[in-house]
Design a protein around this ligand. Structure first.
Ligand SMILES: Cc1ncc(COP(=O)(O)O)c(C=O)c1O
Length: 256
């Protein structure tokens, strides 16, 4: 709350809220969601709440929808959601907004001129997904959960890397501060962007540096556990060479 208050000015109009979060996988508790919603209400700030990861929660954690936690926000809150994450339908380009009528009408007008709306086949597929059961989602979640645990524990085995356990979405967001400034394969990364380039070139693993996501996050990297069964066995083990204690394998034995 102090951070929000410190960032607020007379010109603050909207709070963008995302829980579970991209990029960190962090989940706000019911109390936190309510406190943040009440803060917005008190300060006359609209809330745009992106709830696209609502079903991707682990460890029994829950996180309420913002206007459910603070019903008084109904007239100043827009909920965003879509099929991309819950139903693994990234690329179908279907999402939706729930909000006050006038806002939705204005957004509809804007979108109809900008993109001429969503392709019919995508709309049909989205309806089928939404009307189906969440059984497939539960199955997918089990796989994400396994990968999450594997990624977190393998990352935490690397000296200098601290990876908190994410309770939602499908990202891990390790702090790599302890690796920065160390010389690895002749290069000495000073920022997570430089480390990301090094990891890409040497381990052939793509990670997103924290600077790309939050200007101050020079020591964080985001990694996905969605499509990456591979990451478990291959990419995460490729990162093992970051462990200074482990001798580097000769070039021909480096994992591919
Ligand atoms: C928080 C959040 N909202 C929305 C989206 C957009 O999903 P799409 O454009 O695939 O529907 C993403 C995708 O990465 C996301 O992380």
């Amino acid at each position: 709350m102090e951070q929000l208050e410190a960032a607020r000015t007379d010109r603050t109009k909207v709070l963008l809220f995302c829980s579970p979060s991209n990029p960190t996988g962090a989940v706000y508790s019911a109390e936190q969601v309510e406190a943040i919603g009440r803060w917005a209400l008190t300060n006359n700030i609209w809330v745009v709440t992106d709830e696209i990861y609502e079903h991707l929660l682990y460890d029994g954690v829950t996180s309420p929808s913002m206007p459910v936690a603070v019903p008084e926000l109904a007239d100043t809150c827009v909920v965003l959601n879509g099929v991309a994450k819950t139903y693994a339908m990234t690329g179908w380009r279907v999402g939706w907004m729930i909000g006050p009528k006038d806002v939705i009408k204005a957004a509809t007008n804007l979108q109809s001129h900008a993109t001429s709306n969503v392709a019919n086949v995508s709309q049909r597929a989205a309806i089928a997904a939404l009307q189906g059961s969440l059984e497939a989602v539960d199955e997918m979640k089990l796989a994400f959960d396994r990968r999450r645990n594997t990624m977190v524990s393998m990352l935490n085995e690397i000296d200098g890397v601290q990876c908190p356990v994410p309770h939602g979405a499908f990202y891990v967001y390790p702090n790599v501060q302890g690796v920065l400034g160390k010389t690895i394969r002749g290069k000495t990364p000073q920022t997570s962007a430089e480390l990301a380039t090094l990891i890409l070139e040497e381990a052939e693993v793509a990670v997103v540096p924290g600077e790309a996501l939050a200007p101050a996050a020079i020591c964080d990297c985001r990694m996905h556990s969605v499509t990456l069964t591979l990451l478990r066995v291959s990419a995460a083990s490729r990162l093992c060479w970051l462990r200074p204690s482990r001798p580097e394998p000769p070039a021909q034995e480096r994992p591919h």
